[in-house]
Design a protein around this ligand. Structure first.
Ligand SMILES: [Fe+2]
Ligand SMILES: [Fe+2]
Length: 152
């Protein structure tokens, strides 16, 4: 059997106080591990899904941050941008080069782990402490986020 790589492991150290966020992070961790183990015929599908899922996840976090006027909003959005750009790189240049893809993904996964443990945790802690976020879902604030994105 082929060796399986686990570059990211879900654990309590990644957990924030927000359930929807934890569920999404779990899926992202799962996806990244799948990508690193890329099976030939499914690589494109997994990449497509990861790109889509990342965009969805970042939209949800950003909608909450915009609505509640999170103080570190801009810095956090910038961090998401870095991840999105790195994903684009995989699509553009290295789509068929598995060794390069694995290298980028390994770096990206370390970055994601860091982002969740630090920036997402800080964000969730602040939102839980200062707002009524637990009574709301990100979808409620998509429009606000769209307006914000148009004006920034
Ligand atoms: Fe996140
Ligand atoms: Fe984030």
């Amino acid at each position: 059997m082929q060796e399986k790589f686990t570059v990211l492991k879900w654990g309590n150290n990644l957990s924030t106080g927000l359930n929807w966020q934890n569920e999404q992070h779990k899926t992202l961790v799962e996806q990244i591990n799948k990508l690193v183990n890329q099976e030939d015929d499914t690589l494109d599908d997994i990449l497509e899904f990861t790109k889509y899922y990342t965009a969805t996840h970042f939209r949800d976090e950003e909608a909450m941050m915009v609505h509640y006027d999170y103080p570190a909003l801009d810095a956090h959005i910038e961090e998401h941008g870095f991840f999105v750009n790195s994903m684009q790189e995989i699509f553009k240049e290295n789509q068929k080069d598995k060794i390069k893809i694995r290298k980028i993904l390994t770096e990206l996964s370390a970055w994601l782990m860091w982002h969740i443990k630090n920036s997402d945790k800080e964000q969730a802690d602040w939102l839980i402490k200062n707002t009524n976020i637990k009574n709301h879902q990100p979808t409620e604030f998509y429009e606000e986020l769209e307006n914000y994105r148009r004006n920034n």
